[in-house]
Ligand binder design. Structure first.
Ligand code: FE2
Length: 395
């Protein structure tokens, strides 16, 4: 076995009703808590009330920043950081999906450091210090895994660019995973965030940065998504399916925190950087079949294992034959969860795909894909994802 390192500092409090732990969890880090959410909508209201009640019962003073947007921008983060400073927050509590949790992490950095969070991106010389405020993450989707990762994805609208803070200091100190908070997530959100879970698990599984530890979690996460995401999509109130997906999301987060993502996330990040109306999971769903068909023969055993999770009939075939069908397997699964979409559905113009291909290779993740793509390969993959008729994504 190859040597490996595994690190995970987040305390995970998992299970129905655990939102009641929020106050006790946050009180460990001080007396003043800034809650970070999107603007309150009907389903969020009762959840927010539970969190506020728990914080107040634990004796914390509470302020609320409700300016989070999907694909959080540097402007939004600056507004949140301003409020954190004015309120003299001791702890930042992200409540919601990945956008809210990532915003909370970036606010925790910007509120305590000079300049903007954009100055502390993963590749820049300045990095978050010990001054970074502690973050508590209460996740309401399954999900981006953000409640257990050291990543905060941010978009700079002036540079039309999406990048990330990536540092151990921004791991949430506590991640609260209460499946009861997830039963109101709409079908499309459930499908797109659930597909993101699958992408985290699979890309960690094929990543050279993976380990026996992350492989074990990745296989379990993929197995759960294959078996349970359709039930969560079909009936959002199915608490057992929501619980299983929350666990898969947590496993996927633990995987990416230690192994990392590959080419699909590179393209997906570029896509929602250039086209902020595209949800992260939508971007992944529309390119996955073409990417699997581009790279299945570069890691036969792992692509075969992936395909067999979705189609147990492939157990009868050897690895090469099973791996070759991984694109078909994921396409059939996307059909089942109502997410068989293409670039045309996402209103991404064909004449801008060359620019999108170039932007897809800005982040280094693509280099960890088993078949490393050149810009022309990515362009060809995108062209094959424009439509999704029969055989559209085949080379
Ligand atoms: Fe993701």
């Amino acid at each position: 076995m190859m040597p490996f390192t595994y690190f995970q500092p987040t305390e995970i409090r998992f299970g129905a009703g655990r939102v009641a732990d929020t106050g006790a969890a946050a009180a460990r880090f001080g007396r003043r808590c800034l809650i970070v959410t999107v603007p309150v909508f009907p389903a969020l209201g009762p959840v927010l009330e539970k969190v506020q009640a728990s914080l107040q019962a634990a004796g914390l003073a509470v302020a609320h920043f409700d300016g989070v947007v999907p694909n959080p921008t540097t402007d939004v983060i600056s507004a949140g950081a301003r409020l954190a400073r004015e309120f003299k927050a001791d702890v930042v509590l992200g409540l919601g999906g990945g956008s809210s949790l990532d915003t909370a992490k970036a606010v925790a950095v910007e509120a305590t450091h000079d300049g903007s969070c954009w100055d502390y991106l993963f590749f820049k010389p300045a990095q978050p210090t010990e001054k970074t405020l502690p973050v508590v993450a209460v996740t309401t989707t399954s999900g981006t895994g953000s409640h257990v990762t050291q990543v905060a994805v941010v978009t700079n609208p002036r540079e039309k660019n999406k990048s990330a803070l990536y540092h151990p200091r921004i791991y949430p100190r506590v991640g609260i995973v209460d499946p009861e908070l997830m039963v109101t997530a709409p079908k499309h959100v459930t499908a797109t965030t659930g597909f993101d879970v699958l992408a985290h698990a699979f890309e960690s599984y094929i990543n050279p940065g993976g380990s026996p530890y992350t492989d074990m979690m990745a296989v379990e996460a993929m197995r759960i998504v294959a078996g349970r995401l359709p039930a969560a999509v079909a009936n959002g109130a199915d608490l057992a399916a929501r619980t299983d997906m929350a666990w898969a999301d947590t496993l996927g987060g633990l995987c990416i925190a230690n192994a990392g993502v590959t080419l699909p996330h590179g393209i997906g990040m570029a896509m929602s950087g250039l086209y902020p109306h595209v949800a992260h999971g939508e971007a992944l769903a529309c390119i996955y079949p073409a990417i699997l068909r581009f790279s299945w023969d570069a890691a036969l055993a792992k692509f075969a294992a992936f395909a067999r999770i979705f189609d147990p009939a492939l157990e009868r075939l050897d690895d090469r034959a099973a791996a070759e069908r991984s694109g078909d397997a994921v396409e059939a699964f996307l059909d089942r969860i109502g997410l068989r979409i293409c670039l045309r559905d996402l209103r991404i113009p064909e004449n801008e795909l060359a620019a999108l291909a170039r932007a897809s290779l800005v982040l280094p993740d693509y280099k960890n894909h088993p078949r490393v793509a050149a810009v022309d390969d990515v362009h060809a993959l995108l062209m094959r994802s424009v439509g999704n008729g029969p055989g559209a994504s085949r080379p």
